[in-house]
Write a protein that binds this ligand. Structure first.
Ligand SMILES: Nc1nc2c(ncn2[C@@H]2O[C@H](COP(=O)(O)OP(=O)(O)OP(=O)(O)O)[C@@H](O)[C@H]2O)c(=O)[nH]1
Ligand SMILES: [Mg+2]
Length: 510
């Protein structure tokens, strides 16, 4: 049975992205900002089939098309009315995996909001009173972590009990918790530093059977001069992601800006964003929100495949080291006017277009990109055209490099469009695990090296003013660098035919 997801959003970026994300989830489940549900639109064309009563093999089109080795199970999509508390009307979705539902039928996000400065969280609670204010942790000083990972980490360490209490309280409200999701930026102080400490705690305290994923925003390279130490913060955070996350969805602000520029989304999205206002992030945050919400579509609107985060991650992450996932959005599908031009096949081609990826691929075309896994989510209110999907799969397989040890399978999730969303006909995202992530990590290492070789600003990470302390911090940084380098090497090595016949592995197994 699919379990609940608890979301932890930390820092300005985490909370702003989180705000867009919850806005989208609320819209899809027909919830008003204060958490009151709308009546389920029964007259909608939305079709729901109880696949739990069918053998997996009689499912609709995509099964043979996707042929995944680790498809989702066919768990009951319809549950008895009695299992839903005090609901006045029957619903076909699964909002309770992401929201708690009160006896008065009010929905509250299973979310914990953390920031060291209060403004974003205050606005969130004001604009969306559905959030539980008791789940907000704001520093009493309210001054932020000054773009310094160590300040954030230290604060996280000092206040870890309060944060664990918030998490425990949410965990206690779950019947079958399966997933923690951290939303944050890797480059500031709070989302990166407090986020790192939280990842460690999640790993220590709630390890068994729970999956931890992160939605991690990487800084724009063009703007690194704004905050010189971003490469330090990124490396320190990356080490915790490598050691404590089961899967990281990577969003690079430069790539998001490129997509936005292509679409001129800025203009459209800046109009009604209650929190980011007319900042340059509002369009980017909507893109992230749309992608992350789409990934959980088959969990929230269940069918017969990929109905749990476990099944999605099992397909996407072949080994614990190779877990940095790129996403892609078929952006034109978000514009109602373009629908008539887009069918399933066109959508597949758009999703494979490097320009629409959340990480910039093959910037210098110096290396070939290999795909370790690839999955397309198509979300529509109607049945999809199997022939067009099949044509799309063949085309993508023809164009894509897979390492010889990896499956050439292209997973296809036929998601169901929420009946409350009426302005879209076909929406698509792609999830992939590919080797181009190395370029992003190498770039961060190069920027890190430029700072580290001169020990620039190292003193701002020190706990005291002494040569020994500077050397200690330099040592810690070098260790983090090495950890990141290991992942780079792993992504390079996995292109090889012999990747799975690793010598060290053989030695350990003997
Ligand atoms: N996509 C996106 N990026 C953001 C947003 N807000 C900040 N960033 C990026 O995140 C990085 C800075 O992280 P913040 O989240 O502002 O920092 P913080 O976690 O609040 O930490 P401190 O303010 O230092 O305590 C920079 O690279 C910003 O460009 C946002 O709403 N969306
Ligand atoms: Mg901040």
């Amino acid at each position: 049975m699919p379990g609940e997801t608890i979301t932890i959003q930390a820092g300005q970026c985490g909370n702003q992205v989180g705000f867009s994300y919850w806005q989208q989830l609320a819209q899809e489940h027909g919830l008003s900002p204060d958490g009151t549900p709308s009546a389920w639109p029964h007259d909608t064309k939305y079709e729901f089939i109880d696949y739990s009563r069918r053998a997996p093999t009689d499912g609709p089109a995509n099964q043979e098309a996707s042929g995944s080795s680790s498809s989702g199970n066919g768990n009951g999509a319809i549950r008895p009315l009695s299992s839903r508390r005090n609901q006045t009307s029957y619903r076909d979705d699964n909002p309770e995996l992401f929201f708690t539902i009160s006896d008065a039928d009010r929905y509250t996000p299973r979310a914990i909001l953390i920031d060291l400065e209060p403004s974003v969280i205050s606005k969130t609670l004001h604009c969306m009173p559905m959030f539980n204010p008791r789940n907000a942790h704001v520093s009493e000083q309210g001054s932020g972590a000054a773009n310094n990972w160590s300040n954030g980490y230290r604060y996280g360490q000092e206040h870890i009990e309060e944060m664990v209490n918030l998490i425990d309280r949410e965990v206690d409200k779950c019947d079958n918790l399966s997933h923690f999701q951290l939303i944050h930026s890797v480059a500031g102080g709070t989302g990166s530093g407090v986020g790192s400490r939280i990842l460690e705690v999640l790993q220590d305290r709630y390890t068994s059977k729970k999956i931890t994923t992160t939605v991690s925003v990487f800084p724009s390279n063009d703007k690194t001069s704004d905050v010189v130490v971003q490469p330090y913060n990124s490396i320190l955070t990356l080490k915790r992601l490598i050691e404590n996350s089961d899967g990281t969805f990577v969003f690079h602000n430069d790539a998001l800006n490129n997509i936005e520029n292509l679409l001129h989304l800025n203009h459209a999205s800046a109009q009604s964003d209650g929190i980011s206002g007319r900042t340059s992030f509002s369009g980017a945050n909507k893109l992230i929100a749309s992608v992350v919400a789409s990934i959980s579509n088959p969990i929230r609107f269940p069918g017969y495949m990929y109905t749990s985060i476990e099944s999605i991650m099992a397909t996407m992450v072949p080994t614990p080291e190779l877990k940095f996932l790129t996403t892609s959005i078929a952006p034109f599908s978000t514009l109602a006017t373009h629908h008539k031009y887009v069918n399933e096949y066109d959508m597949f081609l758009e999703l494979s277009d490097d320009r629409y990826k959340s990480v910039i691929l093959n910037n210098n075309n110096s290396t070939e990109t290999y795909y370790l896994s690839l999955m397309n989510f198509l979300i529509s209110p109607k049945h999809l055209d199997r022939r067009e999907i099949r044509k799309g799969i063949l085309k993508i397989q023809e164009r894509t490099n897979f390492p010889s040890w990896a499956s050439r399978t292209i997973g296809v999730v036929q998601g169901k469009q929420a009946p409350f969303v009426t302005d879209r006909v076909l929406q698509g995202i792609q999830l992939s695990n590919n080797t181009a992530i190395v370029e992003l990590f190498e770039k961060i290492l190069r920027q890190f090296d430029m700072l580290a070789k001169r020990k620039a600003y190292l003193n701002t990470y020190c706990e005291e003013n002494s040569v020994e302390e500077v050397d200690r911090v330099a040592g810690v940084f070098a260790e983090c660098r090495e950890t990141v380098q290991t992942v780079i090497e792993e992504y390079k090595a996995c292109k090889s035919i012999n990747y799975l016949e690793d010598d060290d592995l053989d030695v350990n197994m003997n």
